[in-house]
Ligand binder design. Structure first.
Ligand code: SAM
Length: 217
C-alpha cells in the first residue's frame, strides 16, 4: 500500500513537472535494435506497401527504435512509426528523462514520433503494432514505479486490438507471463498464433521470451 502511494506521488510529480536535463547526446548502441530487427525479420511477415503505419507500445527510452525503423523501411516509403510511453518523464541517474533519451534515438529518423502518453488515449488506427513485454502481472509494474491503477492488461489488450488494422506482435518474458498472455487473448476472444520461444541470432536477454502473432480479422 505504501509503495503504491510512493509510486503514485512520484509518478504524478514527474509527469507534472516533466523535469529533465536537455539535449541528451549519448552513443547509439545497436544491441537492442539488432535484436528487434532480427525477431521482426524472423517472425513478422508483411507486405510491400507505402505509407505503412506502426505503433510501438510501451517504448521506454526507445533504444531499439532503429531495429523497427530498419525493418519496416524495407517494405515501403513514407512510413509512420510512433512509440507511446506512459512514463516518459522517468529520470535516469544522469537526470535525463526517457523522453530526452528517446529524442536522441529517433533523431534523423523520418516519420518517427515518440508520444509521451497512455496508449489508451490513442484512437488512430495502425497497420502494425509491436508490443514488447507488456505488464501482465502487477509485480513488475510496481517495480517499474508505476501506480497500480495503471495495471489493466485486459483493457490495454482490447484497446490495442481495437486500433489494429493488420497485424500485431506481442513478446512476453518467461513461460508464466506467456501463459497469462494466452489467457488474456482467449478471454478477449482474439485469434492468435503462438510462436513459441523467440529465438534471435543476436539473443541478448537471459530470460526466455515467447511470442504471439495476432492478425486482425
Ligand atoms: C516492461 S517495459 C518494456 C519496455 C520496452 N518495450 C522494452 O522492451 O524494453 C513496459 C513499458 O510499458 C509502459 N507502459 C505501461 N502501461 C502503458 C500504457 N498504458 N501506455 C503506454 N505505455 C505503457 C511502461 O511504462 C514501460 O515502459
Amino acid at each position: 500500500m505504501f509503495s503504491d502511494l510512493r509510486n503514485t506521488f512520484d509518478y504524478y510529480i514527474r509527469s507534472y513537472t516533466k523535469f529533465s536535463r536537455k539535449n541528451y547526446n549519448g552513443q547509439i548502441k545497436n544491441t537492442e535494435s539488432d535484436y528487434v530487427f532480427d525477431i521482426l525479420n524472423e517472425y513478422f511477415e508483411i507486405e510491400f506497401q507505402d505509407n505503412i503505419s506502426i505503433l510501438d507500445i510501451g517504448s521506454k527510452n526507445w533504444a531499439y527504435v532503429r531495429g523497427e525503423y530498419n525493418f519496416f523501411s524495407q517494405y515501403g516509403k513514407n512510413l509512420k512509426l510512433d512509440g507511446v510511453e506512459i512514463d516518459a518523464y522517468r529520470l535516469y541517474s544522469n537526470l535525463y528523462s526517457r523522453y530526452e533519451v528517446a529524442k536522441f534515438y529517433i533523431k534523423d529518423l523520418d516519420g518517427v514520433n515518440y508520444i509521451p502518453d497512455d496508449v489508451l488515449n490513442i484512437q488512430t488506427k495502425y497497420d502494425y503494432i509491436i508490443w514488447l513485454l507488456p505488464f501482465v502481472t502487477i509485480y513488475p509494474l510496481k517495480k517499474w514505479g508505476l501506480p497500480e491503477k495503471y495495471f489493466m492488461p485486459e483493457r490495454l489488450l482490447e484497446h490495442a486490438y481495437s486500433i489494429l488494422d493488420k497485424k500485431m506482435l506481442i513478446i512476453n518474458q518467461g513461460e508464466e507471463e506467456a501463459e497469462i498472455q494466452k489467457t488474456l487473448l482467449d478471454k478477449a476472444g482474439i485469434c492468435y498464433t503462438f510462436l513459441g520461444e523467440i529465438v534471435a541470432d543476436k539473443t541478448i536477454f537471459k530470460n526466455k521470451r515467447y511470442g504471439y502473432l495476432i492478425k486482425k480479422i
